[in-house]
Write a protein that binds this ligand. Structure first.
Ligand code: IPM
Ligand code: MG
Length: 400
């Protein structure tokens, strides 16, 4: 009996390996980075998602359309709505991304996505893979870039979370063997680790950062984290002007709360799951996951999203119009910088800082005693349009 189970498990493992050999070959054959300056139009797709998603997506889209009015008029940019990335549709077709939605997404160069509900055991939904994870895999969005800034505490971190490997790659491919044993698989590949490391070091170099920190648990998870660490250290050799160090995830988690040490960290590179966890902790310093944006970047496509969930309870209780759109608007700022409008992206970031962290003339509470999503988006727009935006931002920073 157990022999038969072992044989079946071996076959399963063999099939996974076949797929990974193909995938590694694809990564190695990857071509150049897309050049947005050559495109006309650059197509931006908006995906509402679930729960509060469509509400905050509407505000983000409104802001983008306002900011890009001239580019849209001249045909340099096109903004499209893509319907159907809902949990109802995904359950109906039994896929994390319905085929027609994926087809539309692939016609866009970049997308801005609202949160999507991820089913878990016990939910009324079938156990389909997370739409986020599927999108990252389908579009090969290998870098999850998550900035966290708290100027008054001297915090300016940029996390480079590997986005297509680790336990996420085979998260739906684990196996139950007999009644008593369950096994999941963790994957790290050489080209997969190298490409995230290269992007992080390039970012550090371009942005005048002096230090890059590699985060693993290579003392225990020796094979996969060991490879990840070695690959990053190899890439580091091409950047001798940057100081590189490595930390284990447990102590790293502690050091982020250490007031004396945390401001020394600048750029961090992490495998997928550690990156998922550490970036939620990091976002908390800045006001919580509702304030943080996230960029999922690949060579051909890029997707920008809020890092929080879809908050179905807010919708059920009739409070969706009070959802905080800041996180998705942060993502929109990252999108603008990424496609070649860094000045606009920077202004939007400053307006978000002023409205959400400093001035707080309107406050989001998620309830009728706070501002609505649209009022807050208008407040951001008004702030951004103020010719004194930069002075205002600098003044708030100095006050602290
Ligand atoms: C994130 C989220 C996702 C992840 C979930 C929704 C699958 O937590 O983007 O950080 O784990 O990557
Ligand atoms: Mg997360």
């Amino acid at each position: 009996m157990s022999q038969e189970l072992i044989e079946r498990a071996k076959e399963h493992f063999g099939r996974l390996l076949e797929k990974q050999f193909e995938r590694v070959a694809r990564i190695k054959a990857e071509d150049e980075w897309i050049d947005y300056s050559q495109l006309k139009p650059i197509v931006i797709g908006i995906l509402g998602g679930d729960g509060i998603g469509p509400y905050i997506a509407k505000e983000s889209e409104w802001l983008l359309r306002e900011l890009l009015k001239d580019e849209i008029a001249s045909g340099k940019i096109e903004i499209r709505n893509i319907e159907g990335l809902t949990i109802e549709r995904r359950a109906e077709v039994g896929k994390p991304i319905p085929d027609d939605v994926l087809e539309e997404v692939k016609k866009c160069h970049v997308t801005l996505k609202g949160p999507t509900t991820t089913p878990r055991k016990g939910d009324p939904w079938p156990n389909i893979e997370s739409a986020n994870v599927a999108m990252r895999k389908e579009l090969d969005l290998f870098a999850n870039v998550r900035p966290v800034r708290v100027p008054e505490q001297g915090i300016d971190w940029t996390f480079f979370r590997e986005n297509t490997e680790d336990v996420y790659a085979l998260g739906s491919d684990g196996i139950d063997i007999g009644d008593d044993i369950s096994i999941d698989f963790r994957l790290v590949t050489q080209p997969g680790a190298e490409r995230i490391a290269r992007l992080a070091f390039d970012f550090a170099k371009k942005n005048g950062k002096k230090r890059v920190t590699i985060v693993t648990k290579a003392n225990v998870v020796k094979t996969t984290d060991g490879r990840f660490l070695r690959a990053c250290q190899e890439v580091a050799k091409d950047y001798p002007e940057i100081e590189t160090d490595d930390w284990y995830i447990d102590i790293m988690t502690a050091k982020l709360v250490d007031e004396k040490r945390r401001r020394d960290f600048q750029v961090m590179i992490l495998p997928n799951l550690y990156g998922d966890i550490l970036t939620d902790e990091a976002a908390e310093f800045q006001g919580g996951v509702g304030t943080a944006g996230s960029a999922n970047i690949g060579k051909r496509y890029a997707m920008f999203e809020a890092i929080h969930g879809s908050a179905p309870r807010m919708v059920k209780e009739g409070r969706a119009q009070y959802a905080d759109p800041s996180s998705m608007i942060r993502a929109a700022a990252m999108l603008l910088s990424h496609i070649g409008y860094p000045e606009l992206g920077k202004k939007l970031d400053m307006a978000l800082d002023i409205c959400g962290q400093y001035e707080k003339k309107l406050v989001m509470t998620g309830r009728p005693n706070g501002a609505t999503s649209h009022q807050f988006a208008e407040y951001i727009m008004e702030t951004l349009r103020d010719p004194k935006l930069e002075e205002r931002h600098a003044a708030f920073q100095q006050q602290r």
